[in-house]
Ligand binder design. Structure first.
Ligand code: FAD
Ligand code: SF4
Length: 327
């Protein structure tokens, strides 16, 4: 790691001030817990001249849960989410995903907004400056070739945030503050399948909050991830499932993934399983759908095909567990 280069730190107290500070200086960046931005910065990735610290914004860390739904301020810490007893009952996948993010020290400052706006990752990118200089820069930062797919023209760096799939299965939407006011979008609309530009945010836009509708009565959910070190690591593949029904009949099923593509996404085609029992045929179809829709590339030290297989197996196991048919 390098010495942290100089920058100006701004500390707005309102969202409007934060947006205006981001708009004023080209390359200015939002700073939340800093657990992704600061290590990247010390690795020489990006050189924002101004960091706009979001932690002093009034109401940014508010978390409201009632019978009509949930609103999670972007400044809510991951630790708070991971220990939220009411959410653990109604939205278990979110609490389970939060509990797997980084280590306890990171979680105490890391935020929901930072997790959803996390940079994409690749073994050729998340390296020190001298490593990248010695081995050759790549398309995502300062170079003109992708070392993972040299004949292509896109970056395949993977989105590895754990919260996004857990929020996606509950139909989350996001509030985005920008120079023209606040807009609302579905969470999946925040992402693009492009490792270099995976966020559909304008430079001065800030993710202000996440909203969830009231949970479906009787639905259960969970989150599982495969990672190199069980104690602390990004997901090589992370799977969230929301399930309503029992072993004899699927009433509703949503599966979402992270860690395998440049964006988190919901598995398409789950409507075809509604009304059917959780038997070998359905599980085989689920496994096949996941394998077809994930697109892991050689962006980690672990083989891409292993990540494909493990994503599929985690999805099948989680569906069985939630349906009550696990052995
Ligand atoms: C050792 C280690 C292990 C980790 N393991 C995991 C893991 O297992 N799973 C995982 O998901 N993450 C992991 N992380 C990454 C990181 O800790 C988390 O993703 C964390 O939630 C990021 O939140 P933050 O508030 O610290 O973000 P920051 O670092 O402050 O910001 C991250 C990015 O989001 C932008 N940003 C922040 N807030 C907003 C906002 N409200 N609106 C718009 N843009 C915003 C910043 O400009 C920056 O680009 C790990 C990090 C480390 C160092
Ligand atoms: S996928 Fe290619 S362009 Fe993207 S970070 Fe990795 S090597 Fe660079």
């Amino acid at each position: 790691m390098e010495r942290l280069p100089d920058f100006t730190l701004q500390r707005p107290t309102t969202l409007a001030q934060a947006v205006s500070l981001l708009a004023q200086t080209e390359g200015a960046r939002a700073l939340a817990g800093g657990t992704d931005l600061v290590p990247n910065r010390r690795d020489g990735i990006g050189a924002p001249p101004v960091l706009v610290d979001l932690s002093g914004i009034a109401g940014f860390a508010a978390l409201d849960v009632d019978d009509a739904g949930v609103r999670i301020g972007a400044g809510v810490t991951i630790a708070r989410l991971a220990s939220h007893a009411r959410l653990a009952r109604s939205h278990r996948a979110i609490v389970e995903a939060a509990a797997t993010i980084a280590g306890p020290g990171h979680r105490s400052v890391a935020t929901v907004g930072g997790n959803l706006c996390l940079d994409t990752r690749c073994v050729y990118y998340n390296q020190s400056e001298w490593w990248r200089r010695s081995n050759g820069y790549c398309l995502k930062h300062r170079g003109d070739v992708c070392h993972v797919a040299p004949t292509g023209e896109r970056c395949h760096a993977a989105f590895m945030g754990d919260l996004a799939p857990a929020l996606l299965v509950f139909g989350a939407s996001v509030e985005i503050a920008g120079p023209n006011g606040t807009r609302e979008a579905r969470l999946d609309q925040l992402y693009r399948d492009d490792g270099r530009a995976h966020l559909a945010l304008e430079p001065a836009e800030i993710l202000a909050a996440v909203r969830l509708p009231a949970p479906q009565a009787g639905a259960r959910s969970g989150y599982r991830k495969a990672r190199p070190r069980g104690a602390i690591d990004f997901p090589l593949a992370g799977v969230a499932v929301r399930y309503a029904g029992d072993a004899r009949r699927i009433d509703a099923l949503d599966i979402a993934l992270t860690g395998t593509n440049s964006q988190p996404f919901r598995v398409a085609g789950s409507a075809a399983w509604v009304g059917r029992p959780v038997d070998d045929a359905v599980l085989a179809e689920i496994g096949k759908a996941v394998q077809k829709q994930v697109a892991p590339m050689r962006t980690t030290l672990v083989a891409a095909n292993w990540r494909r297989q493990v994503a599929s197996v985690h999805a099948q196991r989680l569906v069985r567990e939630l349906a009550g048919t696990a052995p």
